[in-house]
Design a protein around this ligand. Sequence first.
Ligand code: UTP
Length: 408
Amino acid sequence: MNYEQAYEKLSQAGQEHVLKYYDELSEADKKELLDQVELTDFTVLQYIDKQQELTQKGAITPLAAMELPEIEADRERFVQVGLDTIKAGKVGAVLLAGGMGTRLGSDDPKGMYNIGLTKDVYIFERIITNLMDVVKMADTWVHLFIMTSDKNHEKTVKFLTEKEFFGYNKEYIHFFRQEMAPASDYTGKVYMEAKNKISNSPNGNGGWFSSMAKGGILDIVKEAGVEWLNVFAVDNVLQRIADPCFIGATIEKNCVVGAKVVKKNAPDEKVGVICLEDGRPSIVEYYELTDELMNAKNEKGEPAYYFGVILNYLFKVNELEKIVEATMPLHIVEKKIPYMDEACNLIKPESPNGYKYETLILDMIHMMDSCLPYEVVRNREFAPIKNKTGIDSVESARALCAENGIVL
Ligand code: UTP
């Protein structure tokens, strides 16, 4: 893209200030800026005033989960179906590791965080060790697709390569990058991080499948004959990946997506809740849950919206292909965004100063025809690391690892 084309694109979006320092830049920096303008989707900025409409929910009703006793009763059969599917090479795993991990506050990718106490134990290592359990059980390598973003790709690849993928077969590891979105102030004017750089951030975890398709990764999925993708977050160090019982149950129940869920530990716990929305599977975020829904009871007298998602989903690939081009709801999220001030100093704000624009994987559930919410034991499978201390932290995850006999 040349200067004129960039100016045209920016003026259509009301963002001409991006080129304010263009004349001062070196040739290399000019090119970097023009490339960034070309790759950035500025159309998201026009939705600031439409936030409510964008995430408007339909009629919410309960969706029953497959609970632990039901799973136990059929465990043997589910495990067999799951193992057969893995052995046939039909299951792949997708690690979502493109996030910024701002709450944890480390400059490195979250997976590089060392949670060890007596030895080094990295988050990536915990994830790979967990996947290896299934690889050993099935005696079959599972393709592991790792999503990164421009902000952490090089560091992630370098780290995992240096650590020799913690013993995983590197032929089964594939990296792909998600796309970036601009970050703006509250009026929708994009921030600049430097004279040659627009402030941007990864565009949320909702674009993982379309990024796989754009990155050519879908060809590998097809060639390998992978029919199911188990997608999961980097930050849950007790995450069970390609869990045969979960896979078997989803297949046996003829669902096109399975979602691992846990019983909420309080009605107002900050997790998304699985439900039906206008009769289709859906997830209501904790901040969208009205008091009425929070206190609703089912016929057993239990909370009607009892099950929270833990970001571990099993999707059927051919159903994902049907929605790869679909537009996903945009979430406009208030965040702290580093920016260059009028005096050209980089400011790292202490409190939120603008918006990031993201799509979320949880919205994909509503695009699917059927979903099996599958209950797991919270203390066995859910130890998310979002913060350094307190709730969902390094501390709480260490305690849960100890409870599960994992030496750190
Ligand atoms: P979170 O919503 O916890 O976001 O991500 P985060 O960026 O890791 O952390 P904060 O909010 O800045 O503290 C849930 C999962 O989705 C991935 C994360 O890497 C994590 O596995 N994710 C999130 C992406 O892959 N891309 C994104 O753009 C956002």
